[in-house]
Design a protein around this ligand. Structure first.
Ligand code: PMP
Length: 447
């Protein structure tokens, strides 16, 4: 029986709350690759929840670790004291992080990890006596969560415009999406690395590079439509950061934990940032947790600073390294390792890529772009109704085909759990293809 809902109280995030009441989509259980709806239907999860349940839902080992910890110690303060699991979780994360990124600052989600990384960057320059470096640079269409730091460096007007001027001294580079030249690329786009040259040009033309603290980018821009870095693009950003002493922060909230078939996108691209923001797959989304993984010498600069620069990093959360989250993170890292899930994602990626590109030539499909187990399908927009076609596809996939996809504007984004099987990949893309054909048939009939 469908659940009867009182919708009078819960204020839903990023949701058209006014429209939601008519026919709620409700998920009540999850296991492996599937959700169960309140009316008992099984939905194949093509999005790992929100790019986060990389090991599949309700993994028994993670569930067990949380249950045991909940019964043993619910909470412990971590200011001026600690509990062993926080240290253990940091070690487990450092063990899979790129070489040299060894220090872990825990928080509760991706937004906090971004704001934490920005603050570490600003304070790091100060402890080294370089306090003029206060500018931060992000990119258009960058999504870095919803904290004030994140919306400032993020490049989405809609997330910012109702909240005033946010942070001062922030600039944005262009994003590298170029459908005209790169449509239907398999893997990384060939064209567009030169877009990164704008970074140095802007630094010199508009800013004094010695005033810039950090550049933050998602190696693959996820939420705004799966925007892949053209070949050589990230390397160029790294080189400019090195040239001018600017920290490079990778926001790997989506790309972390195997999404591209490597532990982090930094590993996949062979481009090392100075800090990595992560969350989501850190606990397989079982308990909220985020983290910033920091280059050892950035941390050490705080330890060795002297005189008036000798400051501690005054930042933290009541729930930093929360015992349940720490237990979940330790168990999750163990599952990734014992089930070899990052390699498994790499092995599945070619099949996923083929299936994604089978949509080429279907009605409305303007571009397909993919890497690892992430894919964006950009649709021709309906005139005057941005996002309408993709959202209609989402509804039809959910209600009629039993698959969960995600849409952002006119783009369908897919990011299944890393355990997805070939047959499930077929189910996912067949459902999307069928919906597009049905939409086309319906629009032809109307015309
Ligand atoms: N950064 C990126 C790249 C993200 O995709 C997200 C969330 N999708 C965030 C930050 C924010 O994470 P959270 O919603 O956990 O705060």
């Amino acid at each position: 029986m469908p659940t009867t809902l009182n919708t009078d109280h819960f204020w839903m995030p990023f949701t058209a709350n006014r429209q939601f009441k008519s026919k709620p989509r409700l998920l009540v259980a999850a296991s492996g690759m599937h959700y169960t709806t309140d009316d008992g239907r099984q939905i194949l999860d093509g999005t790992a929840g929100l790019w986060c349940t990389n090991a599949g839902h309700c993994h028994p080992k993670i569930v067990e670790a949380i249950q045991q910890q909940a019964a043993k110690m619910d909470f412990a303060p971590v200011f001026q004291m600690g509990h062993p699991l926080a240290f253990e979780a940091a070690s487990a994360l450092a063990a899979i992080a790129p070489e040299g990124l060894n220090r872990v600052f825990f928080c509760n989600d991706g937004s906090e990890s971004v704001d934490t990384a920005l603050k570490i960057a600003l304070a790091y320059h100060r402890v080294r006596g370089d306090g003029l470096r206060t500018r931060l640079i992000g990119r258009e269409r960058g999504y870095h969560g919803v904290g004030f730091g994140g919306i400032a460096v993020g490049g989405i007007a809609g997330n910012r415009k109702h909240f005033g001027p946010t942070l001062a001294g922030v600039d944005h580079l262009r994003h590298p999406l170029d459908i005209a030249r790169n449509a239907f690329s398999h893997g990384l786009p060939e064209h567009g690395a030169e877009i990164a040259d704008e970074f140095e040009q802007r630094l010199l033309a508009l800013h004094d590079p010695a005033t810039v603290a950090a550049l933050i980018v998602e190696p693959v821009q996820g939420s705004t439509g799966v925007i892949l870095p053209p070949k050589g693009y990230l390397q160029k950003l790294r080189a400019v950061c090195d040239k001018y002493g600017i920290l490079l922060i990778f926001d790997e909230v989506i790309t972390g934990f195997g999404r591209l078939g490597a532990p982090f996108a930094a590993d996949y691209f062979g481009v090392m940032p100075d800090m990595i923001c992560c969350a989501k797959g850190l606990t397989n989304a079982s308990v909220p947790m985020g983290a910033v993984i920091v280059r050892q010498d950035i941390h050490d600069a705080f330890m060795s600073a002297a005189g008036e620069n000798a400051i501690e990093f005054f930042h933290g959360y009541t729930y930093t390294g929360h015992p349940l989250a720490a237990a979940a993170a330790i168990a999750t890292m163990a599952v990734y390792k014992s089930e070899n899930l990052f390699d498994r994602a790499a092995a599945t990626a070619p099949y996923f890529e083929q299936a994604a590109h089978s949509l080429k030539g279907l009605p409305f499909v303007k571009d397909v772009r993919n890497l690892g187990l992430v894919c964006g399908i950009e649709l021709e927009p309906v005139a005057g109704k941005p996002g309408a076609r993709a959202f209609d596809a989402f509804l039809k996939c959910f209600w009629e085909k039993g698959v969960l996809i995600r849409t952002t504007g006119d783009i369908i984004a897919l990011s299944p759990p890393l355990i997805i099987e070939p047959g499930q990949i077929d189910q996912l893309f067949t459902a999307i293809g069928d919906v597009l054909k049905e939409q086309h048939a319906a629009s032809s009939t109307v015309a």
